[in-house]
Design a protein around this ligand. Structure first.
Ligand code: CDT
Length: 317
């Protein structure tokens, strides 16, 4: 089986509240067609791609909150994307808000799916690192209420697809070293990440000018330190008055950027990714079996100050 994956970044410009899912899916389909014409096997779309980034608003009405969530996937609005995927032989990563039912309880997740070249869902991920806050904080220019609207996911896994081992993460996950390492320890050769990142960071406005730099820094470090390809894809631009970064990137296991989007609008960029290129790094500088020292990572200090063993139990000398 070929180990070359032609990966397209399917960056989205803003999605306003008045935009219907059908309209957004039409834009996603348009980009998939363009990616196919450029030879893509896989197109990566952003986090929460189907609607505007609603966690910027404090909402109390449950029905209104639910209106941003998908109860099933595919559904009537997204079916055309799955059909086009099958027809063109282009797989995709798609971020969306998921309303799940678990033992009679409704649970809301910030999720992504991986769809193979036959239009079949082969992987699902629920965002682990939820940034922001849970209560209304009116002092902010806009809210970031992911902790209010979503339950955190429980694990980072990998999927065998596209001839290799593929991992998924979502937005804030990309800033955490553990995200890439936990998947790389499972053999990840490519990590796909959608994001929505406002330029303005209310608790740390001194970082605003560094937003694009921190995005690129995180993606490059994750790729290099784990010997894997990393695709990061934005929903950028001015959405409901909030400006978000673009800067979608595809990074090689060398840490080098191989393609990027230049606008903050709907834009496709593509690169040829050889999954075998990971091995050079995984067998040398980042040969985990040879060079990692898990026995030296045995102690972790928990948030409240107590010392825990690596398995989470209280540490005893
Ligand atoms: N969507 C998302 O995770 N965005 C965050 C913004 C952080 S500011 C609260 C990010 O890490 O890009």
């Amino acid at each position: 089986m070929s180990r070359i994956v032609n990966v397209a970044l399917g960056q989205l410009g803003p999605v306003q509240r008045s935009d219907t899912r059908e309209r957004v899916v039409a834009r996603l389909c348009e980009m998939m067609r363009e990616a196919h014409a450029l030879g893509a096997h896989l197109i990566v779309y952003p986090e929460l791609a189907l609607t505007t980034f609603f966690p910027r608003w404090y909402l109390e009405d449950e029905a209104e909150i639910d209106s941003f969530f998908e109860r099933e996937m595919p559904n009537a609005a997204t079916q055309p994307l799955f059909e086009l995927s099958r027809q063109l032989g282009v797989g995709f990563y798609l971020g969306y808000a998921e309303l799940a039912e678990e033992g009679g309880t409704r649970v809301r997740y910030n999720s992504s799916i991986l769809v193979d070249r036959g239009g079949r869902i082969v992987g699902k991920y629920r965002k682990v690192h939820l940034p922001g806050h849970a209560e209304h904080e009116p002092w902010r220019r806009f809210q970031h209420l992911e902790k209010r609207y979503f339950t955190p996911g429980q694990r980072f896994g990998v999927t065998q697809a596209f001839g290799g081992t593929i991992g998924m993460a979502i937005c804030n996950d990309r800033r955490w070293a553990e995200t890439y390492r936990v998947m790389a320890l499972q053999g990840a050769e490519m990590v796909l990440i959608g994001y929505n990142t406002p330029v303005h960071n209310a608790p740390a406005p001194q970082h605003d000018d560094l937003s694009l730099f921190h995005n690129q820094l995180s993606l490059q470090a994750g790729a290099y330190q784990n010997g894997c390809w990393v695709a990061g894809v934005a929903k950028g631009g001015l959405e409901e008055g909030v400006d978000s970064i673009g800067g979608s990137l595809l990074v090689a296991p060398s840490g080098e950027v191989v393609t990027r989007c230049l606008s903050k609008d709907d834009e496709v960029a593509i690169a040829r990714c050889d999954l075998d290129f990971c091995a050079v790094y995984k067998r040398s500088t980042f040969n985990f079996d040879l060079h990692r020292r898990p026995e030296a990572y045995g102690l972790i200090v928990a948030r409240k100050g107590e010392t825990l063993a690596a398995d989470g139990t209280p540490w005893r000398d």
